[in-house]
Write a protein that binds this ligand. Structure first.
Ligand SMILES: [Zn+2]
Length: 329
């Protein structure tokens, strides 16, 4: 019930038949809210800081990351701290310097395959030497270039070769989700998720999950998705609460009044999201069809996840690009 490694947290979520929720934080209030939501749900969570968020904070990772670590250390649930969608050396280096950060996602997905392999393998070697768990990306997950482009799909054979050649600990795959969706209308390629689960010996990560309905998320987890990145849904809740407050009280001045409401909205959204990613007690747990060095536990039984989440009004936007600053996250 404190700061844990991302590796441990993801393994624990799979053992419980669910997936780890990795929620993007942008401000201290986001971090406080996500921790509060996780505590109210009694479930672990990954606090995720994107490279775009670092850019927003003037290129400095440490202030928000240290706050996240401090919140994790004081929490009643297990919390890991992750740095997301990194493709700049300066940010990667900062991730290795802040004590308590457990993992980093290195994103070479916009590079040609061979260049992605070379860049990722180098990042993995560097990060492993510093004790960091490394996620990478292959294919295109819609909404952003790289594994984030609409219609993009990760090829299972190429994914297996990529993991083998790079030594990554987890792989973000393109299976139909799109970043920054504000409607929950995405349908995933479940046959592809199953094929990737069989082919790839490390946990699979779903990005751009904000646009994915609960039922699709549950099926994806049952098929082998081990980590679900969520950003936009939190920002929909955060900004919606502020917008409502300022509309009702246009003369408001003290930011604490509307930030408190934003924080409460994000906490509620977090609790619902995390419950969605976990099966209720007694649910049937289905083992994945393949196992490997990076995969632990078992897949959740389809339909076994509770907590229909209202992802915060206008369609949610669970997504790892919640910082909304135009780049990848
Ligand atoms: Zn992403």
């Amino acid at each position: 019930m404190t700061l844990v490694s991302t590796s441990e947290l993801v393994a624990g979520a799979r053992s419980a038949g669910g997936a780890a929720g990795a929620l993007n934080i942008v401000t201290l209030e986001h971090a406080e809210a996500v921790v509060a939501g996780a505590e109210s749900a009694g479930l672990p969570v990954v606090l995720q800081i994107s490279q775009n968020c670092v850019r927003f904070h003037g290129g400095r990772l440490a202030p928000l990351a240290r706050a996240a670590v401090a919140l994790a250390e004081a929490s009643t649930v297990d919390i890991a701290v992750h740095v997301d969608h990194v493709d700049e050396l300066a940010v990667l280096q900062q991730a290795g310097e802040v004590a308590g950060i457990g993992s980093v996602m290195f994103d070479g997905s916009r590079l040609p395959f061979d260049a992605n392999v070379a860049a990722t393998a180098g990042a993995v070697e560097w990060a492993h030497a510093r004790g960091l768990w490394v996620e990478a990306e292959l294919g295109e997950v819609g909404g952003k270039p790289g594994a984030h482009t609409p219609g993009a799909r990760t090829d299972p054979g190429q994914a297996a070769a990529f993991v083998e050649a790079t030594g990554v600990d987890a792989l973000a795959v393109a299976v139909g989700s799109t970043h920054r969706m504000t409607t929950r209308t995405a349908t995933l390629d479940h046959a592809l998720i199953r094929a990737l689960t069989r082919a790839v010996p490390v946990p699979l990560v779903l990005h751009g999950s904000s646009g994915v309905p609960d039922g699709e998320l549950r099926r994806a987890i049952a098929a082998g998705i081990a980590k679900v990145n969520i950003g936009t849904a939190l920002n929909v809740a955060f900004t919606g609460a502020i917008r409502r407050h300022l509309a009702a009280e246009p003369d408001a001045v003290d930011p604490r009044t509307y930030l408190a409401e934003a924080r409460a909205a994000v906490a509620a959204t977090t609790a619902n999201l995390l419950a969605t990613l976990r099966p209720p007690a007694g649910a049937t747990v289905v083992s994945p069809s393949a196992s490997g060095p990076g995969r632990t536990g078992s897949g959740g039984g389809e339909g076994g996840l509770g907590g229909e989440a209202d992802r915060g009004g206008s369609g949610g936007g669970v997504d790892c690009d919640g910082d909304g600053d135009g780049g990848r996250a």
